[in-house]
Design a protein around this ligand. Structure first.
Ligand code: SF4
Length: 363
């Protein structure tokens, strides 16, 4: 398959691994932003194949993992009110303050698991006497489709459709990680799919301000090894530039049509990140013009306070790259994919779940 099999090519991947061995002279810590990249690194055994000086730090790039508990609590409250709540499948097992969406469904809530927010618009059209809310989580990648659902609802003149917005944005999170006093990251592999939508014009100021290389990187084994090689080559040559490894997909200016749709419906707003806290300008909120499609406003959900459960979960430190899943005393014991304590064990893109499924643990 074009653009897939070539990037799973073992010989080409080995070639870049050997080049990496040749150039690395000192320890470097590189953060891959996206959970999909973490999953691929762990699943393909790349972490074990890297030179011992190169350590990968797993970033906060799993939207399920960073969605705060109170957003889940809001969706559960809507289910209790008799609202049809629609969600992507990976969100439904994540524990809220007291229960998950799946448990709320077992209690009689009308929860629908969908692949697209446009399906939720169709459900609203078919159920004119019911309110329908789509749980709109994700990074910039899912924002165009979620914005489009609002535009479709407007076109269909639907008054019973709204979205519960929980979008998070990558560049402000990168800045927040770099500003952390314990940050020890030397380079970033930026998330290729986010840049496919948004481009990467936002990254040069970050690279310059923090003197850090940023490599826009894909998700296949060769993408990742090549991205790591490009990062180490810069570091060894004392450079801090933005480079695009994923040029077969990503253009600097991004996808203008998608960006226009996002900007029509959403505006940038502060956002809470589970395990990290409030990051200014790191999320989306609905523009005034479309507030009738904002579930927070429509159902007066703003009062749901964020009450993170005090427990031993160190997800926040893992999402900031300060600790690894193995550092958690519950990892693989009381916290497993079937009985998750924290979000990184629930989502298939979460670092804890990736380590659980694909590493040899002595548990
Ligand atoms: S293993 Fe479970 S409890 Fe530990 S950090 Fe990961 S999600 Fe949290």
């Amino acid at each position: 398959m074009k653009y897939l099999s070539e990037y799973r090519n073992l010989e080409a991947t080995k070639f870049y691994l050997s080049k990496l061995e040749e150039i690395v002279t000192q320890p470097w810590q590189i953060m891959e932003i996206c959970g999909g990249q973490t999953h691929s690194l762990v699943k393909n055994g790349i972490l074990e194949l890297l030179p011992k000086q190169v350590q990968m730090i797993h970033g906060p790039g799993c939207p399920v993992c960073v969605t705060p508990l109170n957003q889940i609590d809001k969706a559960i409250a809507l289910l209790k009110k008799g609202v049809i709540v629609c969600s992507f499948g990976d969100m439904i097992r994540v524990p809220g303050t007291h229960k998950s969406l799946l448990q709320a469904k077992a209690d009689g809530g009308d929860l629908r698991v969908l692949y697209s927010p446009l399906e939720a618009v169709k459900i609203a059209k078919e159920n004119p006497t019911k309110e329908v809310v789509f749980f709109a989580i994700g990074f910039e990648t899912t924002a165009p489709a979620n914005a489009l659902s609002v535009l479709h609802a407007e076109k269909e003149r639907l008054n019973n459709f709204s979205i519960l917005v929980s979008h998070v944005l990558v560049p402000p999170a990168m800045e927040a990680i770099l500003d952390d006093e314990f940050c020890s990251i030397n380079a970033f592999l930026a998330a290729g799919h986010v840049c496919a939508i948004m481009g990467y014009y936002e990254y040069p100021p970050i690279a310059k301000k923090h003197n850090i290389p940023i490599i826009i990187t894909g998700f296949e084994p060769l993408d990742l090894v090549q991205g790591i090689y490009m990062a180490v080559l810069q570091l060894e040559n004392n450079k801090a530039e933005v480079e695009n490894q994923y040029s077969r997909v990503v253009k600097k200016e991004g996808n203008k049509t998608a960006i226009d749709i996002i900007n029509k419906v959403f505006k940038v707003a502060p956002r809470e990140w589970r395990g990290i806290g409030l990051i200014p300008d790191s999320g989306y909120a609905i523009q005034e013009e479309y507030l009738k499609y904002d579930a927070d406003s429509k159902f007066n959900l703003h009062g749901f306070k964020l009450e993170e459960i005090p427990n031993t979960c160190i997800a926040g430190d893992i999402l900031k790259g300060i600790k690894k899943p193995f550092d958690c005393k519950d990892f693989g014991k009381s916290c497993k994919p079937a009985t998750p304590i924290g979000a990184p064990m629930v989502s298939s893109e979460g670092a804890c779940a990736a380590y659980y499924h694909f590493t040899n643990t002595s548990i």
